[in-house]
Design a binder for this molecule. Structure first.
Ligand code: SF4
Length: 340
């Protein structure tokens, strides 16, 4: 079992739930935009947030950002340890790639983190490893993480979280598996540069799903190009599918439709989704194209809506409880979901 690390009061590792995190896509120096995005992420269940700190303006913005948010804040620092030193008073964790920093600077930064009592994530990225490493990409990732951990351990720093990210699914799986055989530092799971939309979500799901199902991973960030809210939604879908975390919002099951379907189910599902987007309950709902197989195909749902010719049938635990007209079906069903 992995060690437990405290990120601003949110525990990761050991028996703790797998924490969902994301990263802001705003300019960190733009306090208003960054806080607005973090609030939106908090609202959909994000538990830890990371921001990039590429310059002094970004480091200076952290104090105000931290004041206005409710979840732990991580600063992502590369190359310049001074940006890390400036950030530390206002953050709950640092993410660095120690190999990219000068040894003296790293020592100063690690000592400052130790004094504040915040953890450091060693984030290995297959695209930015030390140039002198040899072997396969996975060999290099493992060598790099070992070197980096050694640097921190030599400075008597053990409050470490590790990530080993590649944009290749198989490499990422292999790297994490090799690492957990040797170390018990908590694992930050992620596939880097996964892409966007369906491609990114599927590639991340395959990599994360295989690792999580083997008990590997303590916190998860799904990297997707675009709105980070999608990253949080994708992370919960993966964890929910594996019965590792309950989604903080409704789970919608809908059928693919077939010749038995007599309504525009895609449109109905979109309407329901839109109308329940404010609902923060782990209810499972099913929206099915016909009444013949609908209730049976969605037995696991709390509430269901199925259609037959020009009528809708609302069912609970597989039994019809209400017959509704097509026009009123969405509103009546949404009302029941909200009340549930
Ligand atoms: S629920 Fe009915 S409409 Fe939907 S796929 Fe099954 S049989 Fe077809």
């Amino acid at each position: 079992m992995s060690k437990v690390v405290n990120i601003g009061g949110v525990l990761i590792g050991g028996d703790n739930p797998i924490r969902v995190q994301s990263m802001c896509s705003t300019k960190t120096s733009d306090v208003n935009a960054t806080v607005a995005q973090i609030k939106e992420l908090e609202d959909c269940g994000c538990e830890i947030i990371r921001v990039a700190v590429p310059d002094i303006e970004s480091a200076k913005a952290l104090a105000e950002i931290k004041k206005q948010i409710n979840i732990p804040l991580i600063a992502d620092i590369h190359f310049d340890h001074k940006l890390g030193i400036l950030s530390i008073p206002h953050i709950d964790k640092l993410r660095i790639n120690p190999g990219t920093m000068h040894k003296d600077g790293l020592k100063e930064l690690v000592n400052a983190a130790k004094e504040k009592g915040i953890p450091i994530r060693v984030g290995i990225n297959a695209a930015s490893m030390e140039k002198d490493l040899v072997g396969s990409t996975v060999d290099k990732m493992i060598k790099s993480v070992e070197q980096n951990i050694k640097l921190l351990e030599e400075l008597e720093f053990f409050d470490i979280v590790v990530a080993l990210k590649s944009s290749d699914v198989i490499e990422t799986i292999e790297a994490y598996k090799t690492f957990v055989d040797k170390y018990d530092y908590p694992i930050h799971l992620g596939l880097t540069e996964a892409g966007g939309g369906v491609e990114g979500a599927i590639r991340s799901s395959v990599a994360m799903g295989i690792l999580l199902n083997e008990g590997i991973g303590d916190t998860i960030r799904i990297s997707l190009t675009g709105d980070p809210v999608k990253e949080v939604e994708a992370a919960y879908e993966i964890l929910n599918a594996l019965h590792l975390r309950e989604k903080p919002s409704p789970t919608i099951i809908s059928c693919p439709t077939c010749a038995r379907c007599s309504v525009d189910l895609d449109k109905i599902v979109s309407q329901v989704k839109e109308k329940i987007k404010h609902v923060k309950k782990p209810i499972k709902i099913a929206i099915m194209g016909c009444e013949v197989n609908g209730p049976g195909e969605s037995k696991g749902a709390d509430l269901g809506l199925a259609f037959s010719n020009s009528k809708g049938f609302i069912f609970k635990d597989g039994t019809v409880i209400k017959e509704v007209s097509l026009d009123s079906a969405v509103d009546i069903f949404v009302g029941l979901v909200v009340q549930w």
